[in-house]
Write a protein that binds this ligand. Structure first.
Ligand code: FE2
Length: 191
């Protein structure tokens, strides 16, 4: 029987399958942004939305994404099943963060994780422009400006970031949410 995973179990599971420091801090950042989004649109589900963020890349070091990007997501689902934590909402959200898995986002939760993933990397890239490389130096205006520069942080998919608007949150508000949420854990993520 599967049961809905709690935050401690999710944290331990993440650490069991993911060892790379960059992957871990990325997971914490996406968790923080997901919590920030949930506070606005799903206040009863803040912990669960955070967990979806925390575990979205659970299979990063297990699946063969370098050769086959479609495995990124389905392998996380296999891990959750094996560990007794299968949960449809969680698994659908994890799958939907990578449309190449074949799962297309349809719910607000799925759109949120699709958008939060690249946004975390994008905000980090903006912070790294500053001499102190700190989130404290980043202004929402600069995040907006850089968004339009195609060559800046190319890996951050702009279309996925814009998917936030499907949740009813504007892109401008999303920038504020992401900055504020990541600042709350700046020590943990080294920014
Ligand atoms: Fe990710």
């Amino acid at each position: 029987m599967s049961k809905r995973i709690n935050r401690d179990e999710a944290y331990n599971l993440l650490h069991k399958y993911v060892k790379g420091e960059n992957y871990l801090t990325h997971s914490y950042a996406v968790e923080a942004i997901m919590r920030g989004i949930a506070k606005k649109i799903a206040p009863e589900e803040v912990e669960f939305w955070g967990i979806c963020g925390l575990l979205h890349d659970l299979d990063e070091e297990t699946c063969d994404w370098r050769n086959d990007m479609s495995t990124h997501g389905p392998v996380s689902v296999e891990i959750l099943e094996k560990e007794g934590f299968y949960d449809k909402e969680l698994c659908d959200a994890i799958m939907a963060h990578n449309p190449l898995s074949g799962k297309i986002a349809k719910t607000t939760l799925e759109y949120a994780v699709l958008a939060a993933d690249p946004m975390s990397g994008f905000v980090k890239a903006v912070a790294q422009i500053y001499p102190d490389k700190k989130l404290a130096s980043v202004k929402p205006k600069s995040v907006k400006k850089r968004f339009k520069e195609e060559r800046f942080a190319r890996g951050a998919n702009r279309q996925y970031m814009m998917a936030i608007e499907e949740t009813g949150i504007s892109y401008d508000d999303f920038i504020l949410i992401a900055l504020e949420s990541m600042r709350e854990i700046s020590d943990e993520i080294g920014l």
